[in-house]
Ligand binder design. Sequence first.
Ligand SMILES: Cc1ncc(COP(=O)(O)O)c(C=O)c1O
Length: 471
Amino acid sequence: MALLGERRHADDERTDEAGASGHPGAPGPRVPTGRATTADGLGRAARIGPGEQVGPSWPGAQGGASGLTELLSRTGREATSSVIRDLLDWTRRPDMLSLAGGIPAAELLPVERVGQAVERVLADRGPAALQYGPTDGEAELRALVAPTPDRGDEVVITTGSQQSLDLLARVLLDPGDVVAVESPSYLGALSAFRAAGARLLPVAGDVGGLDTDRLEAALAAGARPKAVYVVPEFANPTGATLTAARRRHLAALAERHRFVIIEDDPYGALRFAGPPLAPLADLTPMAVRLGTASKTLAPGLRVGWALLPEWLRGPVVRAKQAVDLHTSTLDQLVVADVLADAVFLNDHLDRLRAVYGRRARALGAALARLGGGRFTVDPPAGGMFLCAGLAPALGLTADALLPAALDAGVAFVPGSAFLVDPAEAPAATGGADTDRCDGERRLRLCFATLDEDGLAEAVERLVAAVDRAVG
Ligand SMILES: Cc1ncc(COP(=O)(O)O)c(C=O)c1O
């Protein structure tokens, strides 16, 4: 079965459109291939998580049926819409317990408070809330998300941090330039760098985040990255937190070797264990720090931000101008209204941290209690993901486990989806990524969207699937 044969993505909870084939040889949803299924006739994207979208599926979109693909640019030809499309069909099954999502818990989205903000913004601002605005964003929001209110000028508001990644790729990378990434890494970032023609240098990490010694070895072996991408807090997919020592090491390497650190931090406010650590942007001017309202307020608002050094601000703003002129004025003002409400915000964040913390602990405990040594677990200190490993003695990869898991009624995303293909890497790597097998044994488990009972049941199903898969 080639669940991962095509690089495509899917979503569980919110899916607008059918994927391609079902999983052969097992019961489950099957959907027709190559047919548009949405009202607009074009087919819309569906996702298992942000940056993991299913691409367009109208006839001829993926291949040569129309004979017109020669009109596509390199980007148009090469933009794979990523992994695991078939998972979409499976996660829709009513009896499926999905750990495959990468989205916040629906019941924790602040529907009421956002509704009040919309009303208030429209009442107070009138037409201005619906008007074009400055490309770098609304001043009041920039001041609110800056490290201190007087540093708002250093911020550019973006349409989610995914757009920050895309814009940085556009202004930093020429085809062939190297970006070092922690392996495994957030797929949406890999896609943005690939779209710019970058070569990806995977650097293995562990529970302490990207292994900066390996990065240093790759640099010594001749690797010349223009940028290093890290998710320092509770990374997607690993759940790892970059240690304070590695942050300092990475900052020093960036200054010595002149590369930009892209510090992508969507999850930092969701810390439910351990003390906070200094962001990389506090340690070196070589770091560009990205934030978003997606995980703390709501991803549908599509509001993110980038804290940029002066030399990058102008290029990023000009690139954004060409892409979307600016992020929705109304959405920015709504986010500003909510962020300025400290009483609401603190309560809301406390609640998110409490619920996600409980769920993460419940999932970790269930894996330990019910797993009987089948899984290794690195408990995350925050965020939405727990990365479990299949015990090496099982001789089982996560890809090989997936069909049995889906049959058993539980979905997850296999680690292989987040790995860089060795063929994509530049010649000089200094053995930076020698742990590919470890990545292939990993399961990304999102604990955000199931309650404690659901998580325990999901683990029981996983255990049954492992036993079936090892036969
Ligand atoms: C590490 C990481 N970066 C960026 C994003 C994109 O988030 P946004 O909704 O702000 O575009 C995600 C979403 O899951 C993510 O996990």
